[in-house]
Design a protein around this ligand. Structure first.
Ligand SMILES: Cc1cc2nc3c(=O)[nH]c(=O)nc-3n(C[C@H](O)[C@H](O)[C@H](O)COP(=O)(O)OP(=O)(O)OC[C@H]3O[C@@H](n4cnc5c(N)ncnc54)[C@H](O)[C@@H]3O)c2cc1C
Length: 459
């Protein structure tokens, strides 16, 4: 990706994709190094507009803008202020959660919400209002954001707080970058005594067993998530490995770890091979992997100490793992259906199983209360996320059918993962969409802020 900033230059367009590597489009990528440069980029952008981009971990086309400009925000990466007494950080939007962990953990603070990768920016975390394994306890990221410095499409920079400008704040939370460019934010942190986790693991024999375990015990844990075997069928449908835990207190560490209880040393392997032989991620191999993964997990294990990075971000140890799906890339499908819609979840899991989707990265989680963000994804209920190679025959039609099933159950799909939803279905899933559109027009009469996702879905 080119780095120089020049709003008015004839910088060449380059191909941009999301993490799933599907639906590439060409845009002029500009990398502002100051707020002034970002303001200029918005004020001077052409008719195809501009969109903010963080570390490109959204799977679909949210941080792309065909024929227009993409603002790579990673050049704005200053940490302005840390209040180590009250647990607050003020930083630029391009600062990654990885960097925050490096800086804040030694001070005894952790980010309030962490997704399955720490290579996301604060701006991306706000844009998608990301959730973590602690959603049932802590809600999504923006609940912990005190203030946002927002550059709106009219070229103005505003300090937006949930108290003073609730509409603009909660439209921005999960608004996929479409209310403007987040320049900086103030985020509340969570105190921790160590950088280790205490983890309980158990196996669930099928989907009902899994849901029963999650319902009965989730309230006892800050973090909870289940890996689910979506290739298992019959009596084993929905079998899973459930991991739950919390930050380890100091007195849980063995003496050898107590000297540096807050050390943050995530491991990193060499990058994944660019292209694996065709068929390696086929049904048979993924089926074998899933069988191995399920059996390898302890039937029940309590209080195991685990590094924070292994617990939260196991995939970050393998850079560029998204390339293992080959040139065609992959789709991540994540949806949520509410409590009381368990039958819809069962049906969908059975359908995925009978389609034999070769998915080895599938997780089920139980969300807590809905978040106030107008387009925030979480609602109380069950969320399932799975990876599927984009080359799977009949995938588009199959996912359209799942969308209809999810919408009929009052559920929704997650826009940060999406590359293919239809606009009519979006409106059924997100009831505040019209209010969101109105707000955008108010703050961005020229339509300067836009993206491939916005055009595809008519947002
Ligand atoms: C391995 C993996 C695991 C993941 N696990 C989770 C998970 O557990 N929970 C979860 O919620 N998500 C998860 N995600 C998705 C990821 O957290 C979100 O897509 C996040 O938005 C990515 O941040 P980014 O900095 O890479 O932003 P990008 O992908 O570059 O952009 C994402 C969106 O944020 C907007 N945006 C980015 N920066 C700004 C800014 N400065 N101002 C305004 N808008 C901005 C963009 O316009 C775009 O709409 C995961 C992704 C991966 C690859």
């Amino acid at each position: 990706m080119p780095v120089p900033f020049a709003a008015d230059s004839a910088a060449e367009a380059v191909s941009v994709t999301g993490w799933g590597r599907t639906a590439p489009s060409s845009a002029q990528v500009l990398r502002p190094g100051s707020y002034e440069e970002a303001v200029r980029a918005v004020r001077e952008c052409g008719g195809r507009g501009t969109i903010a981009r963080g570390l490109g971990r959204a799977y679909g086309d949210a941080a792309q803008n065909a024929g227009g400009a993409v603002l790579d925000m990673t050049g704005l990466d200053r940490i302005h202020e840390i209040d180590a007494v009250n647990g607050l950080v003020v930083c630029d939007a391009g600062v990654s959660l990885h960097r925050l962990m490096q800086v804040l953990l030694p001070l005894g603070w952790f980010v309030p919400v962490s997704p399955g990768t720490r290579y996301v920016t604060v701006g991306g975390a706000i844009g998608a209002d990301i959730h973590g394994k602690n959603h049932h306890v802590s809600g999504s990221f923006c609940r912990h954001v005190r203030a946002i410095e927002l550059l709106t499409g009219d070229g103005e920079t505003r300090l937006v707080t949930p108290e003073d400008e609730p509409d603009l704040f909660w439209a921005t939370a999960g608004g996929m970058g479409l209310t403007g460019i987040v320049l900086a934010a103030t985020v509340e942190l969570m105190p921790v005594e160590t950088s280790m986790m205490t983890v309980d693991t158990e196996r669930a024999t099928d989907l009902d067993d899994l849901m029963a375990r999650l319902t009965a015990e989730d309230h006892r844990y800050r973090y909870s998530v289940a890996w689910i075997d979506l290739l298992a069928r019959g009596a084993k449908t929905g079998r899973a490995v459930l991991t739950r835990g919390d930050h380890a207190p100091l007195d849980a560490l063995p003496p050898r770890l107590r000297d540096e209880p807050l050390a943050f040393r995530p491991g990193r392997l060499p990058a994944a091979p660019r292209f694996l032989p065709d068929g390696l991620l086929g049904r048979r191999s993924v089926g074998l992997f899933n069988e191995f993964w399920y059996r390898k997990a302890p039937r029940e294990q309590r209080g195991r100490l685990q590094r924070l990075s292994s617990f939260f971000h196991p995939l970050d140890g393998l850079p560029e793992w998204n390339r293992i799906y080959g040139r065609g890339g992959f789709v991540q499908y994540q949806f949520v259906v509410g409590h009381g819609e368990e039958e819809a979840l069962r049906r969908i899991v059975r359908r995925i199983g009978s389609r034999r989707c070769p998915s080895f990265l599938a997780v089920l989680k139980r969300f807590g209360d809905a978040d106030p963000g107008w387009l925030s994804f979480p609602v109380p209920g069950w969320t399932l996320a799975l990876d599927i190679p984009a080359a799977m025959p009949g995938l588009a039609a199959f996912l359209d059918e799942l969308d209809d099933e999810v919408a009929a159950a009052g559920g929704r799909v997650y826009l940060a993962k999406d590359a293919r939803l239809r606009p009519d279905v979006l409106a059924r899933m997100y009831p505040r969409l019209d209010a969101f559109r109105d707000l955008r027009t108010r703050y961005d009469p020229r339509g300067a802020i836009t993206s491939d996702l916005a055009r595809r879905l008519g947002v």
